[in-house]
Design a protein around this ligand. Structure first.
Ligand code: ADP
Ligand code: MN
Length: 197
């Protein structure tokens, strides 16, 4: 079989990490660069981004009912992963590819759908401050802090995907974020060169 990435002309990227590590912020920064590239107003090196799109999985779960209700105690949806995968499949298996998937889990996605997994990490103090601003219930706060300390997402990514497609990026400061976004853009450009796109 041909490697999965030959099935599409843009890489699919999962941006994952514990809640509060900066997934949505990174994806929105990428989306701004994608928009500029599509409009032809971005930096030259960004042209490869024109066909990418931010997939905010939270919104899909809510808007397309990929859940079995709202957990009031935990303040989150009870996600129906099978339904979610059905909703994402057309985009993630399309020849266009280019999905930038913003989600706090990664191992539900079949390896054939995924070209890069970015695991964002934050130090405990930063994460605590960010989650405190969200008024998370104490149990949810503690569980997320513990998950970050235990590197749950990083382990999940390494168990589900080949080591060469899993990248850990620190997200503690705005400078980190800027460097990370530049790095992801450079990676997309290189992927397209490597795949003759
Ligand atoms: P996630 O989507 O992973 O839950 P968000 O992108 O919503 O996280 O970020 C949570 C909060 O942390 C936001 O207020 C955001 O501005 C802040 N934040 C995220 N990443 C960074 C960073 N690298 N430096 C400074 N603040 C950050
Ligand atoms: Mn988010």
């Amino acid at each position: 079989d041909a490697p999965a990435e030959h099935l599409r002309r843009n890489p699919n990227i999962i941006i994952t990490g514990t809640p509060g590590t900066g997934k949505t912020t990174h994806c929105e920064a990428l989306a701004a660069r994608i928009e500029a590239a599509a409009a032809g107003t971005g930096p030259g090196g960004d042209a490869a981004l024109a066909e990418l799109r931010h997939i905010a999985v939270n919104d899909i779960v809510r808007d397309r009912n990929c859940h079995d209700g709202w957990d009031a105690t935990y303040q989150s949806w009870l996600v129906d992963e099978d339904k979610l995968l059905d909703e994402l499949e057309p985009d993630m298996t399309s020849p266009r590819g280019g999905c930038i998937v913003d989600w706090h889990a990664c191992d539900l996605f079949p390896a054939s759908w995924v070209d890069l997994v970015v695991v964002l990490t934050a130090d405990t103090e930063s994460l605590y401050d960010r989650l405190a601003l969200r008024n998370y219930p104490e149990a949810k706060m503690q569980e997320n802090i513990d998950a970050e300390i235990m590197q749950v997402l990083l382990t999940e990514a390494h168990e589900a995907y080949e080591p060469e497609i899993v990248v850990e990026l620190a997200s503690n400061t705005p400078d980190d974020m800027e460097a990370n976004v530049d790095r992801i853009v450079a990676w997309v450009t290189q992927w397209r060169i490597d795949h003759g796109v």
